[in-house]
Design a protein around this ligand. Structure first.
Ligand code: ADP
Ligand code: MG
Ligand code: MG
Length: 251
């Protein structure tokens, strides 16, 4: 489903190379974890997959279902079924979460040549998905992510994922700010979206999240490259030995 070959990418503004020959293959049905120390390029990789224009790909290829996505803008990638959840979700003041979801769903439908959702259909779908995530109507009326707690932001993120039903989900989780409840929300969401025709990439600094999501593959990112790939036992090995040992061994 996703094949990244010899990817090199730099910051557009100052030309600093961050991704330095990264190879990664993720198959349909798979949950892949990407782990790496701070500053290794995890978030940069997710921004590049999203198509953010402050990064430039200088070499290599990103193939999604066999076709390059490098020339696709972020909206085209989303319409093709690629969904990214960021470490710091965007706050959208003045737009109720409900309204945001409706626009996002209808944009996706439009891009696919499908008719807009009727309001009753939309409400029914949102209520179903929100109920399973313990999201109240009150929260849906508030502006997206504005003043949301860490756990509420995660719930809103998983709600978007459920409603948009993407084929390739990329979650840049990490490091700070996620308490155990929020981790469980993300993990339950990812687990409930497991499907033979869907792949998920979970980017994380800590092994903790992987106690709740059992990844099929684990990839270690260091200095802009995947330096080691294994199964879920690699995450445990990382937890036991630390990044420095694994990175030295790989070198
Ligand atoms: P991670 O998510 O693994 O912690 P990042 O992808 O956030 O790592 O960052 C990788 C490296 O690239 C870091 O050294 C970071 O400072 C640098 N970097 C990323 N984006 C930018 C940017 N827009 N401007 C300057 N430096 C950046
Ligand atoms: Mg970081
Ligand atoms: Mg990061």
């Amino acid at each position: 489903m996703l094949e990244i070959r010899n990817l090199h990418a730099r910051i557009a503004e100052d030309g600093t190379e961050i991704i330095k020959g990264l190879d990664l293959t993720v198959k349909a049905g798979e949950v892949a974890a990407i782990m790496g120390p701070n500053g290794s390029g995890k978030s940069t990789l997710s921004y590049i997959l999203a198509g953010r224009d402050d990064y430039e790909v200088t070499e290599g290829e990103i193939l999604y279902n066999g076709e390059s996505i490098l020339e696709m803008d972020p909206a085209e990638r989303a319409a093709a079924g690629i969904f990214l959840a960021f470490q710091y979700p965007m706050e959208i003041p003045g737009v109720a979460t409900m309204q945001f979801l409706k626009v996002a769903m209808n944009e996706q439908r439009k891009a696919r040549g499908e008719a807009e959702l009727t309001t009753p259909d939309f409400i029914r779908l949102v209520k179903e998905a929100a109920g399973s995530l313990d999201i109240s109507m009150d929260m849906l009326k508030r502006p997206l992510n504005v003043g949301f707690s860490g756990g509420e932001k995660k719930r809103a993120e998983i709600l978007q994922m459920k409603l948009l039903a993407p084929k390739l989900c990329v979650l840049d989780e990490t490091d700070s700010g996620l308490d155990i409840d929020a981790l469980k929300i993300v993990a339950d969401g990812v687990n409930s979206l497991r499907a033979p025709d869907r792949a998920t990439i979970v980017i994380t600094h800590y092994q903790r999240l992987l106690d709740y999501i059992e990844p099929d593959t684990v990839h270690v990112l260091s200095k802009g490259r995947i330096i080691k790939t294994g199964d879920k036992s690699l995450a445990l090995e990382l937890e036991a030995k630390g990044y420095a040992d694994i990175i030295n061994e790989a070198a």
